[in-house]
Design a protein around this ligand. Sequence first.
Ligand SMILES: Cc1cc2nc3c(=O)[nH]c(=O)nc-3n(C[C@H](O)[C@H](O)[C@H](O)COP(=O)(O)OP(=O)(O)OC[C@H]3O[C@@H](n4cnc5c(N)ncnc54)[C@H](O)[C@@H]3O)c2cc1C
Length: 447
Amino acid sequence: MNVGIVGAGLAGLAAGCELAGHGHRVTLFEKRPFAGGKTYTFTDSETGDVTDNGQHVFMHCTTEYTSFLRKLGTLHLARRQKRLRAPVFGPQGRRSVIAAAPLPAPFHLLPSFVAYKHLGVRSKLRVGRLLAAVHRMREDERLGLWEISFDAWLRDHGQRDEEIGRFWDFLLLPTLNARSSEVAASDALFVVREGFLASSKSAAIGLAKDGLDTLHVAPAIGYIEARGGTVELSSDVRRIDADGNRAAAVFADGTRREFDAVVCATGHRQALNLLPSSVTEDPAFGALALMESAPIINLHCWFDRPVASFSMAAFVDSELQWVFNRSRLSDERDAGREQLVVSLSGAQRYMAMDKGELERHFIPILRKALPGSAQAKLIRFVAIKEPEATFVPAPGLRRPPNSTRIVNLVVAGAYTATGWPATMESAVRSGNAAARAINVVCQGARK
Ligand SMILES: Cc1cc2nc3c(=O)[nH]c(=O)nc-3n(C[C@H](O)[C@H](O)[C@H](O)COP(=O)(O)OP(=O)(O)OC[C@H]3O[C@@H](n4cnc5c(N)ncnc54)[C@H](O)[C@@H]3O)c2cc1C
């Protein structure tokens, strides 16, 4: 079949690879002059360093993203922990470690939790009791909690401000890009169970050594092209038409490109504008108009010498959240200088600040947290704001499916009903599911 895919983010690329691998002729249209969507890479003009728009992390439990890298032959280009281990700095530089021990779940977290310095003993007991209950929870019980906020659920289960701020939100902010008051309990509990409690390995972190472009974007394009497909950049689709037999992408100049089937693999806001009204008016797609987005800001800071003693670190009671040391994580960096990336999730409060304000606000905080930076000179500062980094899995939200009422029009994107938060894993899962839906259409057409 001839399949058109609108959007060359990770969902579109994953769908494209899967479909091209099944022998379909794939054409991807991407509005921007580069592919990758929310996972793009650029070369910094001053330092020459290859840098991602934002630090992306995956975990051992994100199995479809890992399989995607395996299929592309690039898994070796990721730096992967065997088990979770990361330092956590508190005020006055107090250092603790979150680590998973090689023990059966949920006991793998026990040694580091007992030694953890950023929670009081009573708080630890309250958190520990609830973690044990979450581990025992039935899956249908979790799924039933989709209309209540996680914050309300936590308070119903005896959690107080200290536990919510210093433990639960500390886990959720980087994984859901939102705080417990903003998200459904079912989604938050999915992250806690799947990401942290499922096994001693599930939370182990993986990152691109030298950028997401070499890890998945360019290899995915190569994979599609090697199987007869094409990726057309700077192609802004304005409308998608489909009637079950033929489907078409319609461009700004009125040009129509006809296909047997189309996958709409844009973000949720663009999908709302592109899809025919018979799809957007379907109650199953009602969430498209309701979904909120949350921003992420990444601050890329280059110092003229090494300043940090870690590859990555989390910060509690600090605006820094997570700091990644790209110079240590990469295989190809100039050992003289050091690039740190401060990753700010749920960054609404900083969105109105310009680059200068962000630099004046954050560099003193960073220097205070890193005593080794006292003599170092900041040689470059780049702030990248992504206003629509993720959708917010709000209480009561029903995410849309892949299949629409029109058999040859399928939807893909991290926001669809994969069960996963807005992650690379969700995007790949959704792309794979969209490809399976097209394969079903194809089998039906052959009969
Ligand atoms: C700064 C940042 C940090 C993140 N950190 C992590 C992380 O650590 N771990 C993790 O797993 N996830 C992370 N994410 C989330 C992850 O990147 C996304 O969930 C995922 O990449 C979304 O992929 P997608 O294909 O669904 O959507 P997108 O990446 O948004 O792709 C949609 C594509 O469609 C294109 N498009 C839109 N309209 C049109 C049109 N009319 N015509 C043609 N093309 C169009 C867009 O240009 C885009 O390329 C992060 C996101 C950001 C922004």
